[in-house]
Ligand binder design. Structure first.
Ligand code: PLP
Length: 427
């Protein structure tokens, strides 16, 4: 009998969005015709920009002509798009070559597939609250996961010195019960077991909206280089950073080329959630045990994919033109205004939150000691506002709620008004 990958049995039910859909569905059944103000969605609501639409149309026309028709595309991406992305980095002062850019169908695909590059016996560090796919992809791959909780005390931006003490990680740690180092590991090199092989860092973060500054991110880069680890840097929301002092790419930092794979997406940057396009940067200098991850990924892609559609890549290339950049910034500004509306409501209510300024998510503390699901129900039943309960992103997300700013202006404004009316009653 063929044995299935038994790690699938370890996966928790994909509870969060299923449960939200169940609860909102039940509400609508009981209140036919009610309108819900959805601040839970992670999908964009604005269409693709004109420059992209024009490029998509032109590419469709190319496919109708014998002399301009394209069949299979190069597995790692069309040269015009790889070069366009590399140039986009260079304009920001980051030296990336086109051969270091790999075009993908989106970040989700890459976050799972990229695990092919690493020995399965290694550990993966996931900073929580976290985008649920990190944990699930690692469970499926059978990797050991180190959960690093973050919280309000560190602004949801933990440092390497917050890594758990070896004896806290696993009872099977070889130092269990013998190690007398106090508190979090001091990274002296004496605690082998605290070393994470693969590190997931998402900045700006989903769900907390928190963004690592240069010094904080540099600590992780230094940690990875010192330990021979690799950082998987999820930059899906980099375009939302408006504070020029914050790094939009981890390659802005010294030493990143020898320890980082950066995974990017055009989903939230340019509205490609349904069109599907992303890219991954794997520097040629990223080498472990004599093996080049860049060369390995070429081998992987040429084996497992036949490239992304010509039409979609043409649309994607338009994002990196001057016109495309100007137009996507207009959409991002629209979502930013939604964020400002929600943040000003929370400021008025005196509710603690982070995110929103350099990210499309706002992460707020549930008022009056309510738990995440309790607050979710309260908002749904009292004012028909739907958020995403923080507990769905890891246990340390309990007591928090995520608001997304991707909704329509009308819904966002009305949700803010309703929040003020409901939660400001006693203020
Ligand atoms: N990474 C993060 C942090 C996300 O929030 C998302 C989507 O919501 C993705 C990756 C996936 O993006 P894509 O649509 O490119 O698959």
């Amino acid at each position: 009998m063929i044995m299935p990958n038994m790690h699938y049995a370890e996966l928790k039910e994909s509870y969060l969005f299923y449960h939200i859909a169940q609860k909102t569905g039940a509400y609508l059944k009981a209140h036919p015709g009610a309108h819900l103000y959805r601040l839970g969605i992670g999908d964009v609501s604005l269409p693709l920009c004109d420059a992209v639409i024009r490029a998509l149309h032109e590419a469709v026309d190319d496919q109708a002509l014998k002399e301009r028709f394209h069949g299979y595309m190069p597995e790692c991406g069309a040269p015009f798009l790889r070069e366009g992305i590399a140039e986009h980095y260079r304009r920001r002062g980051i030296e990336i070559s086109a051969e270091e850019v790999f075009v993908s169908s989106g970040a989700s695909d890459e976050l799972g597939d990229i695990l092919d590059l690493f020995d399965r016996s290694g550990s993966s560090l996931v900073i929580e609250p976290a985008y649920p796919a990190y944990v699930d992809a690692n469970i499926i791959a059978g990797r050991k996961i180190i959960h690093l909780a973050s919280g309000r005390e560190n602004g949801f931006l933990p440092r390497p010195c917050d890594l758990p003490h070896p004896c806290d990680i696993s009872e099977s740690c070889e130092y269990a019960g013998q190690c007398d180092l106090p508190g979090p590991c001091n990274l002296s090199g004496s605690c082998e077991a605290t070393k994470a092989d693969l590190l997931y860092i998402c900045s700006p973060n989903n769900p907390t909206g928190a963004v690592f500054n240069r010094e904080q991110l540099q600590e992780w880069v230094d940690y990875a280089n010192a330990n021979g680890s690799v950082i998987l840097f999820d930059a899906a929301y980099e375009a939302y950073i408006e504070d020029g002092t914050l790094p939009r790419s981890i390659f802005e930092l010294e030493g990143a080329r020898t320890c980082v794979i950066e995974i990017c997406s055009l989903s939230k940057t340019a509205g490609f959630t349904g069109t599907r396009l992303g890219y991954t940067i794997i520097p040629k200098a990223l080498i472990r045990n004599g093996m080049s991850f860049n060369a390995m990924w070429i081998r992987n892609r040429t084996t497992k994919t036949n490239g992304v559609s010509y039409i979609i890549q043409k649309g994607g290339a338009a994002v990196f033109t001057e016109e495309g950049q100007r137009q996507i910034k207009e959409s991002i500004s629209f979502y930013k205004e939604n964020a400002r509306i929600l943040m000003s409501a929370l400021d008025r209510l005196g509710i603690w939150y982070c995110g929103g300024k350099n990210a499309p998510y706002i992460w707020l503390r549930c008022p009056d000691g309510m738990d995440s699901w309790g607050f979710f129900e309260y908002l749904l039943n009292e004012i028909q506002v739907v958020g995403t309960p923080g507990a769905g992103f890891g246990t340390c997300g309990e007591g928090y709620m995520r608001f997304s700013t991707f909704g329509s202006r009308e819904d966002t404004e009305e949700a803010a008004r309703r929040l003020i009316k409901l939660l400001g009653r006693d203020k």
